[in-house]
Design a protein around this ligand. Sequence first.
Ligand code: MLT
Ligand code: MN
Ligand code: ZN
Length: 303
Amino acid sequence: MNKTSDLRIIVLGAAAGGGLPQWNCGCRNCAMARDPTSGLRPQTQSSLAVSLDGESWTVFNASPDIRQQIQNNRPLQPRRLRHSPIETVVLTNGDIDHLAGLLVLREKQAFTLFSTGAVGRIVADNPVFQVLDPELVSRETIEIGEAFSPLSGLEARLFAVPGKVPLFLEDGEPDLGIEGEHTVGVELKAGGRRVYYVPGCAVVTDSLAARLRDADVVFFDGTLFSDDEMILTGTGRKTGRRMGHMPIDGEGGSLDALDLLNIRRKIYVHINNTNPIWRAGSERERVEARGFEIGYDGMEVRL
Ligand code: MLT
Ligand code: MN
Ligand code: ZN
């Protein structure tokens, strides 16, 4: 194995949009997360950080909580006056939980922003993002399947996964399960290791299953445990599938879809605050018994 450096991955935020607790939610999990004695710790919104040397970092998705995430993770903090170890940011879709943190990354700091054309247009079409000085923040469009390097020595590729347009661009009933530039997963390769980050996925197609086969680590969409969870908990009217997220459990769920693919570590991320896997109980046991791990803020994976 031509292992040259450590691949270091930190789960900056394990929760889905809204975080845990969500500002306006009093569900069981959100109530527990507000109670320091409950054992359920608050979790920030969807993001991963990756480094090969511990000095330069790339961040996958700019969560609205990125300020707190930097505060919580020393490796992402400035080493000197006006500095950031975050060299690049990669977006996997245009949802608020993955985009809004770009506004936190203003203040005259250079970095490179990578995204597909479709997601890049969402940023370009929203003038508020002009706060990122174009002299310092370069925006690069990455084609599906094109190799790029978010860090020197790290090979990345974006691949289309079934999904939909961001919530704020929905106009009537959206097309569910479109495969294109709106929702992508990321493939990372370094030192002979192969890692995937797929925080949003409507369905695991045969081609996606083939891609993920034999991976070292897969960070996967764990939004809802069951498709009708929002309805059952009284927190919403939509199914997971209507939101562009396949459920963990049940027919066509990720527990079954990622089974038998010989993936060394399967870690759920982008977990909605309603999801029962956040707390001890039968659902969590079921997921763990099937060989899945439940991501949490600050979880670190080294390869
Ligand atoms: C999602 O993952 O479905 C979105 O983050 C929803 C949202 O924008 O709140
Ligand atoms: Mn989301
Ligand atoms: Zn809640």
